[in-house]
Design a binder for this molecule. Structure first.
Ligand SMILES: [Zn+2]
Ligand SMILES: [Zn+2]
Length: 186
């Protein structure tokens, strides 16, 4: 068995954290790393003890959910709360940071941002990262270790096998089943 790379290890950790998200609009995870050690992690969710979007629905103003604290902010605030320096640290996030998080990351001394998925990449955020000398690197998650689709996959494959067993399937139906299989097992 080959060892998981550091990049994939931290990026997987962020995707695992995203599974804790309570916002139904987008699940984001962030892991702050310093000297190859994980010093903090966060996901997007309500303030501690607050109601969850997943229970009460999102609180949307101007097309943004205002209830949640973003994953990157939560990770930085964890460092603030426990007095852990972020100067020179790196962050691994599931999605490209928003403008507010971009500024907070720069200001807290984060030197490298690794992100897995492009998400409304704001031109001003890209410009600010560049101005501040923060390296931004795309790190695609190579393997979905925390697989959110296991149950769906199982159900789909079971349905597929049942269909095929009837042996009177038309080509269009076959194609759409194949497309769905390709999507889930990509
Ligand atoms: Zn929400
Ligand atoms: Zn943000």
């Amino acid at each position: 068995m080959s060892r998981i790379s550091w990049d994939q290890y931290y990026m997987t950790q962020s995707h695992l954290l995203a599974l804790r998200s309570t916002c139904t609009r987008l699940a984001v995870g962030a892991t702050i790393v310093r000297d190859k050690r994980i010093i903090a992690g966060g996901y997007n969710g309500s303030i501690a003890g607050g109601v969850h979007c997943s229970d009460e629905g999102c609180y949307v103003i101007d097309n943004h959910c205002v209830r949640t604290i973003h994953a990157e902010m939560n990770a930085l605030l964890q460092c603030a709360k426990f007095g852990v320096p972020t100067e020179g640290a790196e962050i691994y996030v599931t999605h490209f940071p928003c403008l507010q998080c971009c500024k907070a990351l720069i200001q807290s001394g984060i030197k490298t941002v690794y992100y897995a998925v492009d998400y409304k990449n704001h031109p001003y955020a890209i410009e600010l990262f560049s101005q501040a000398g923060v390296k931004v690197e795309h790190v695609k998650l190579e393997k979905e270790y925390p697989d959110q689709n296991t149950q769906k996959k199982r159900e789909f494959v079971t349905g597929l096998l049942n269909k095929l067993s009837q042996d009177n399937i038309n080509q269009d139906e076959m194609n759409s089943l194949q497309n769905e299989a390709d999507r889930l097992f990509r």
